[in-house]
Structures are given as C-alpha cells and as structure tokens.
Design a protein around this ligand. Structure first.
Ligand code: IVH
Length: 700
C-alpha cells in the first residue's frame, strides 16, 4: 500500500469525493486481486479473513455510493481468482457463487427482513431457515451422470474451475456411484481437513523438513490441488455435501429435505445443523456453535443461514456474486494486541531454525497466548517485526497463534530491526539458507542436540545400522542421561557400562537379558557395508538409493570422504565428478559438501571410524539366469505375487524392471486387466508373456 492509498483508506466511504473514490476503487481492485491470487492460486493467504472481508465491504460501500464508478475489474464482479495452471479447466454448468457476510446480530435481522420484504411475506407467515456450520475448506462440485461420478471441479473464479476428478476419486467421503440419482446430478460441498489430521500432517512434514501448512484450509487446498492423485490419496481429506448445481430433476422441495437426500446417498453433512423458525433461533444457534467451536473436529469460520423452502430460494435468486436466500454469519476473528518481548529461535529435528515470538501473555478467543510463530526470517522482515513492538496476535483456525501485523505507531524508540542468527543457537554450527528456500538450517547435524536424538534414531534404524533393541525410547533415554550423544558412543557403551551394568539393569524396562541382547546386536553391527554407512549418517537428501549410488561410485569410505571434502570447492574435478553421477544434482551435492564442511561432523565421523569397519562396496556379481540383463515390464494384476515381489524376484535374477514399454523392452508380463502397456508391447513387437509363462521362464 502506498502512502497515498493509506491515507485514502482512512476516509470513511461516505466522506470520499468522487475523485478519491475512483482512486480508492482502483487501489482496492488491485489489492483484492492480489489477495485472491495468494489465496486461490498459491494457497497462501496474505491477510486474515477479517481484513479481506473489510476490504471487500469497503469496495462495496464505495460502489453503492458511486455506482457509476464501478470498475470492470471490480472485485464485486468476481468471486475469486482464475484457476492455477496444471489442471484442465472446467466450465461450471451452473456458476458456483459465494455468500454475503453478516457480522453483527443486526446484519442477520436485516437479512431476514430483506427476505420477507422480497417475498412480500406477512408477519404471520413462517419463514424457516436452515442453519449449518460454515466449514473452512474449499468448495468443490461433483458431477454424476447416470449415477456415476464423472467429474469433480474446484470453484476457481466461480465460472470456471479446475478439473480435480482424479484427486477427488481418492476421497473416501465421496460416493463414486449413486443408485437412485437423477440422470444429471451435481453435488456441491466443501473439501476440508480435520484439525487433528492437519496437526499430524504438519508433524510429518516437519520431520521431513517440508514447509508447514498454515491452517487446515491451506492443507486441504494444497492436498486437493496436487498434480499427482497418489499424493492426494495419502492426505486425510473429507467432504461435506451442502448444495447442488445442475440437476435433471429436483432433489426435494426444501433445503432440509435435500440434506436428508444427500445423507441417504452416503454424503457426510455439515453438523450440527438446525431448522430455525425465526431470527432468535438463528442467533441462538450461532451462539451455541460459537461455544462448541473449539470442540468440533474441523475448523469453522461462522455459520450459514439458508431459506428452507426451495421455491422461495428460486424466487429470491441472486445478486451479483451471492444468493439472496443465504448469508454467512461470520465469527469475529480471534485477535488481540500485546507486546513482543523477545524472539527466540527453535531448532527442529531436521535442523530448521524457526523464529518464535515470546509475548506478554494475552487472551485470544478465550485462550492465553504467550508464544506465536513467526514462520521464518522473510516473514519477520516482511512484517518488520521488532522486539518491543506492539503486535496483533491471531489464533488462526484455533491452531498455532500467529503474528498478523505490527502496530507501527506504538513502536518504542530505538527498536532495531531483528537480525536473524547465522549460527545455530543450540550448537553454534553455521546455519545456512540455500538459495530459493525459506528455511535456514543448522549444519551441525550429529552434534546438534536438537537434531541429535532424531539422527541417532535414524542411525540405528532398520535400513541403516539396524541395531535391534535400540528403539526410540532407549535412544531418547540414553541421550538424556548422557550415555549416548553421538553414534560412536553406541559402540563404546558396553565397555563404559560393563561395571555399572547394575544401574542400567535397574532401569524400568531393562533386564539383564535385554542388556546382553543389546550388546550382542551392537557387536553384530561393527562391520557394515558402505552404502548403509552413508545412509546412516542422515545427511539431508541422502536416502538409500542415493547412498547406494555414492557407494557404487566411490567404492571406499576413504575415497568418498576425500572426494566430498574436495568437492566443497565447486571448481574442482571432485565437484564435477560428483555432479556427473547420474541422479545427483547440484542441490544434493551441496548438502553433501555442507555436511563435510562442518568440523563437528568430521569429528563424529572420525570417532565412528575408530569403532566400526566399513566394507568397500562390492557390486553384486552378475547373476546367471535366463533373464539376466533383460528388461522386463510388469502390467496388470498378477495372481501369484504382488507387484513389488515380482519386481524384487526379477531383479534378484539379474533382470532390469522398467515402468514403461519401449523398443528396448525384452519382455512384458501381462497380468489380469492389463491396459495400454500390453497393447503397446504388441504394437512394438515386444514379447509378451502370461504370468505362468514368466514363471516357467524363470523356473520358479
Ligand atoms: S452454501 C450459493 N453452505 O463458504 C452458495 N457454503 O463464503 C452456496 N461454505 O463458497 C454455498 N460451509 O465454500 C454453503 N454450509 C455451507 C458452507 C459453505 C462453507 C463455503 C463455500 C462457499 C463459501 C462462501
């Protein structure tokens, strides 16, 4: 916002001159469009709902005063932003509209009065209204033809959305077939994520070092708009049905009856809902839901009132972007102002440095808040948050409290810009931020206490050192009592603890036998293959496959380590050699060299090398079999084994298993219901085998 628009913004709509109003409408159009883009296309809202609604209301108020100034690009002509790219566009048969908002009780009374006036109802005429929770997710239209789900689309700009059929097909809440549906049926509703599922999803993302979703709505939007439906399938998304689009025959004569119809087809409904007889009952409902809000498993941002009789809904129709027969009664955004006492840096398990605001405790929506997330360093800079500032705190969807903005006029004199640390506050290692990433990370790896436990767990895990008897709990306990601080300590544990075995044995959950078993399984792992060893170090981005590539390429630990140290200088041959390895790119190379650039990691490695023997990588001897060296593709459902098993078997016989058929394919093994791959094989003249023929060939 420029200084000029800021001062214009302070003038009430009724006081603006025509010229000022025109300038303000232009500014509002641009600003709202930017927020829409952030919300709809990037799933990353830049303002709170309340701020956004305030902008829209201001826009509408000015337009009401100066109808002739209404712009072609006015936000009141649009519902949201145009669809993001990547999905096919879908034109909605019936536009997907939005809802007008009510904030105060009077707005609701006014809504009811407007409806009565519009329909010329008499005082004694009953006007029933359905009240239901307003779910904070994203709306979606499901199209059924002949009772089969044929298309699912997001709202997009209300006229045109995105085709998310493949993704919606993975939602358990969405019936794929409906026995007694009208020939054409469009069910509309909200895709959402339960709060508990959202928290779990974010925990998993934090473990993997992936950016976190700000709230369940963003998580739902981000999960639905995945280009790979397999990703959507793994996300815990739900769907509530509450409305409809095109229909070949009506679903009932009241909103309430349609709800029941949807329920009978297996849709989940927004609950608890209520059929209200008058405004008082509507407002009572609003209050009750407001009190239950925290206990509901999903986030809601208000309630929706809908005129129950559908013949009346038809008569009421729409104004610009919203129906006259419905309105959203929003909850006030839970915000409060307080003083920012300090900014502390938390180091996550993957080494991510997260700034946390330490606040003068303040009650926000009934909960005392004394800490809030500041997300990352860009966020601090963007909002220009300084220690000593008075800040606006918000509990977004009742989840993690956030700092929305600073109150600039209350900034104390001398408050200085916050400088984000470039050293890890836990272990003093360098904290680096790769270009293009939002997160700064500690490079301390194994020596950083914040990361150490997680790294140790990884170190002993099945695909790494595979030390039986050292589970999560034991690692945590050993770390806390100082017995195991870094990997090498595991191998010196017995020697150090032998005399004090009694102490160990007396710990809950430890008997003499389990201690002896532990010593045995540790001993058994003193010799390890290079690829496992590399993987065990827990270097970022180095999974099993990459570890194997590295082991195969460098053969010995010494050669690999030497090369990684040299490769820190990107002008060396070592760097060129590293990045020339198939599937190792610049970003993986950086993580590798960063690990070795850290003195602490070298020490950890040296100590570990004193304890264990790392075997040079030996390429598996080529297997002699009828299929060794052949490329095989499996397609369709196999009867005698699962696909992964078939793949493993083929590989153990020296065959290469590919995912798609080309002229280089030797055999295509065709199971039941095979599709295009079998056809392609025939077209290319590649030998196709039945499962039985394949088994006969490999002699199994
Ligand atoms: S009815 C023609 N009912 O709120 C209007 N919408 O702000 C049909 N929403 O686009 C919408 N819960 O995404 C309706 N119980 C509910 C709702 C609901 C959430 C969303 C929906 C809509 C937006 C409008």
């Amino acid at each position: 916002m420029t200084a000029e628009t800021r001062s214009l913004r302070e003038i009430a709509p009724e006081k603006l001159t025509q010229e000022e109003a025109a300038a303000e409408l232009a500014a509002l159009a641009a600003e709202i469009a930017a927020h829409d883009r952030a919300y709809y296309q990037e799933d990353a809202p830049t303002v709170s709902d309340a701020e956004y609604d305030a902008l829209r209301r201001r826009n509408e108020a000015i337009e009401a005063r100066f109808p002739e100034l209404r712009r072609d690009d006015s936000p009141s002509r649009r519902v949201g932003a145009a669809p993001a790219t990547g999905f096919r566009k879908v034109r909605h048969a019936v536009p997907m509209l939005s809802l007008g908002n009510a904030f105060a009780d009077e707005d609701v009374q006014e809504f009811e009065a407007r409806v009565r006036r519009f329909l010329s109802l008499k005082d004694e005429d009953r006007l029933e209204v359905v009240a239901e929770p307003k779910i904070d997710g994203l709306s979606c239209s499901l199209r059924y033809e002949g009772g089969r789900l044929v298309q699912a689309a997001t709202r997009g700009d209300g006229t045109e959305g995105e085709d998310v059929t493949a993704n919606v097909m993975t939602l358990a809440d969405v019936p794929k077939t409906i026995a007694d549906a009208p020939e054409v049926l469009e069910v509309r509703g909200e895709v959402y994520m339960d709060r508990a599922e959202f928290v779990k999803l974010n925990e998993r993302r934090a473990e993997r070092g992936e950016p976190l979703f700000a709230n369940p709505r963003n998580a739902a939007a981000g999960s639905l708009r995945q280009l790979d439906p397999k990703v959507t399938a793994r996300r815990p998304l739900g769907f509530f049905g509450y409305s409809w689009g095109e229909l070949s025959s009506p679903l009932g004569d009241s909103q309430w009856a349609v709800r029941e119809r949807l329920r009978s087809w297996g849709f989940r409904l927004n609950e608890p809902a209520r059929l209200c007889a008058d405004v008082q009952e509507m407002l009572d409902y609003y209050r009750e839901i407001g009190l239950q809000r925290a206990e509901l498993p999903f986030d809601i941002d208000g309630v929706v009132y809908k005129v129950n009789r559908l013949d009346w809904q038809d008569r009421l129709g729409f104004v610009s972007r919203a129906p006259r027969w419905a309105i959203a009664h929003k909850f006030p955004a839970e915000q409060a102002q307080t003083i920012l006492r300090d900014i502390v840096i938390q180091v996550g398990r993957t080494g991510a440095l997260t700034p946390v605001a330490i606040l003068e405790p303040v009650t926000v929506g009934g909960v005392v808040v004394s800490r809030a997330t500041l997300h990352n360093e860009d966020e601090i800079r963007r909002k220009d948050v300084r220690i000593g500032d008075t800040v606006v705190v918000q509990r977004a969807g009742d989840v993690i409290p956030q700092i929305v903005a600073v109150v600039p006029e209350r900034r104390p004199e001398g408050a200085t810009e916050y400088v984000f640390p470039e050293k890890c506050p836990e272990c003093d290692s360098d904290a680096v931020r790769p270009e293009g990433e939002a997160v700064r990370r500690c490079t301390g790896g194994l020596i950083c206490p914040a990361q150490a436990v997680e790294r140790l767990r990884h170190f002993v895990s099945r695909d790494a050192f595979d030390i039986e008897g050292l589970g999560d709990k034991q690692i945590q306990a050993f770390f806390e009592d100082g017995r195991v601080r870094q990997p090498a300590d595991i191998f010196t544990l017995e020697a150090r603890e032998r005399e004090r075995l009694d102490k160990l044995v007396n710990k809950p959950g430890w008997g003499k036998k389990s201690v002896e078993n532990l010593w045995r399984s540790i001993e058994a792992r003193r010799t390890i293959a290079l690829d496992r060893f590399i993987y065990a170090l827990g270097i970022r981005q180095i999974g099993q496959a990459t570890a194997r590539l590295l082991a195969r390429h460098y053969h010995t630990l010494e050669a690999w380590q030497k090369a990684m140290i040299e490769a820190a200088d990107e002008s060396t041959d070592a760097y060129a050699e590293l990045t020339a390895i198939d599937q190792i790119g610049v970003s993986v190379a950086r993580d590798l060299t960063a690990f070795f650039a850290e003195e602490h990691n070298l020490q950890v490695l040296e100590r570990l090398k004193e304890q264990v023997t790392v075997e040079p990588f030996t390429a598996p001897r080529p297997v002699e079999s009828p299929v060794s060296g052949k490329t095989v593709v499996f397609t369709g459902t196999l009867e005698t084994m699962s696909r992964p098993e078939a793949k493993a078997k083929a590989e153990s016989l020296g065959a290469k298993v590919a995912g798609s058929v080309s002229s280089k394919t030797d055999y295509v093994v065709v199971g039941a219901d095979a599709g295009s791959k079998a056809t392609k094989a025939r077209e290319l003249g590649v030998t196709t085998l039945t499962e039985q023929e394949w088994l006969a060939l490999i002699g199994g």
